[in-house]
Design a binder for this molecule. Structure first.
Ligand SMILES: [Zn+2]
Length: 455
């Protein structure tokens, strides 16, 4: 198969762009990328997907996303992060059964594919097998993990059925990793949900198991004001100092949010090649302070590998990585009064090749190069917002949107063609999402009132 007739943004090491380019695919892999005339000459008779003058680019990587939270959309609006987590999201998760997680993930993955996201990285939920089933049914690539925590405080209590002993947390997390260790499209990692809910014993056990299985450890860290103070109160040191003392600062440690770090701590991240995921939409929606603190441009300059994530539809309200890229490209300019902070090219790298490196999958995805997996998207640029095109990278980040994504391939398979999903009835899906969400929020006793009168 060849995908041809458009501008190919390869994201290879030289960041090559072919103005009239094509990508040749055999089975699940890319076999050639180049000028359309050369590719069509080399692969005569191949089936064609015509990009009709649009963009052909790597599928976007949403490197931090909770698929299981899709049915909780709306319960995180306009509340503080601790209230949102302990009074809303955790009770929501505690009241979801397998079928809820399956439908939640299905809705989540359909929205992702519609917006050109071909790979997700889940920081941990429950009923992960239902989530995996939805991923397989849609055909999306991703990394699963089981939410792991063993400490519970009386000031921030967890729902009873989410409480586990250290041994249970280790055993259940390891079982999932074991099951997906040879996965082609689906892999599994360990998760330490938040540092203030995990014991040193659990951290060390997960660190050693992750080394043994060759996987990473995903954790929400330094997301908010007061988190370091909570750590000092309980463990006598700030969060990253605690992780350093536990010998966890390694290339397979994957830390999300990370706004509340010092210059010295940024140095530790760079030295140890610790990976960081940035979720600008979640930070802006939830007032986390990860942009206004001004730490991300410093991490970027220090050479820390940063990926991009939507977090969840509840946290950031959008799974459209074009919007997330726009925020990553622009928000730091405003916060630091520096027009060179991040920008479009850095944002696209974070959502593609640097995202792939962050999730330890860059040998296979993140760029369009011969030998890599065929995860790519075709973007329709016929709408006026794309013109004048100028630099296609700046135009896609600053002016484009996920609704322009027309065709999506994952692992060489066409998942969506011309915005049509085979086998998914959207009316059924959205109806089920509405009904099932209401039932879960009812069981969890979560109600969000509307600000204005409804007549
Ligand atoms: Zn998260």
């Amino acid at each position: 198969m060849i995908v041809t007739g458009g501008v190919v943004i390869t994201m290879d090491a030289a960041r090559t762009i072919y103005n009239d380019g094509a990508v040749a695919i055999k089975a699940d892999k890319i076999v050639a990328v180049g000028k359309a005339s050369d590719i069509s000459h080399q692969f005569k008779g191949a089936t064609q997907i015509d990009a009709q003058g649009g963009l052909i680019m790597p599928g976007l990587i949403d490197a931090h996303n909770h698929p299981g939270q899709y049915l909780s959309k709306g319960i995180g609006d306009d509340v503080g992060i601790l209230q949102w987590l302990y009074e809303r999201v955790y009770p929501y998760e505690a009241h979801c059964d397998e079928d809820d997680v399956y439908l939640s993930s299905l809705g989540n993955f359909v929205e992702m594919i519609l917006n050109g996201t071909t790979c997700f990285c889940d920081p941990g939920g429950y009923h992960e097998h239902a989530l995996a089933r939805a991923a397989k049914d849609i055909g999306i690539r991703g990394i699963l993990s089981r939410s792991t925590r063993d400490l519970h405080s009386s000031s921030y209590p967890l729902p009873d059925n989410l409480r586990e002993t250290t041994e249970q947390a280790i055993e259940r997390g390891a079982k999932l990793v074991e099951q997906y260790k040879d996965g082609d499209c689906l892999r599994a990692w360990f998760s330490l949900r938040v540092p203030y809910n995990v014991s040193d014993e659990l951290c060390v056990a997960v660190r050693d198991l992750a080394e043994r299985y060759g996987v990473a450890v995903h954790s929400h860290v330094c997301a908010q004001d007061g988190e370091n103070e909570m750590s000092v109160e309980r463990w006598g040191v700030r969060v990253l100092e605690r992780l350093r003392q536990l010998d966890m600062l390694r290339p397979n440690l994957y830390l999300v949010h990370m706004g509340w770090v010092t210059d010295e701590e940024i140095g530790w991240l760079a030295e140890n090649d610790v990976k960081v995921a940035h979720c600008p939409s979640a930070s802006m929606h939830g007032a986390y302070g990860n942009i206004s603190r001004g730490t991300f441009p410093k991490m970027h300059k220090a050479g820390v590998n940063i990926s991009l994530g939507s977090d969840s539809v509840t946290a950031g309200r959008t799974l459209d990585m074009f919007r997330v890229m726009y925020l990553a490209a622009c928000a730091h300019k405003d916060a630091t009064l520096d027009p060179h902070a991040f920008g479009a090219h850095a944002a696209l790298e974070m959502a593609t090749i640097k995202g792939a490196r962050a999730i330890l999958w860059d040998e296979a995805i993140g760029s369009l190069e011969a030998g890599k997996k065929a995860d790519l998207i075709v973007v329709d640029t016929r709408a006026p917002c794309w013109h004048p095109m100028g630099d296609p990278v700046r135009t896609l980040v600053y002016s484009g949107g996920g609704d322009s994504v027309r065709t999506v391939l994952v692992n060489g398979r066409v998942i969506m063609r011309d915005r049509v999903f085979p086998g998914i009835d959207m009316t059924w899906l959205t109806g089920e999402i509405e009904q099932r969400s209401k039932r879960i929020l009812g069981r969890a006793n979560i109600s969000v009132t509307s600000a204005w009168p409804h007549l």
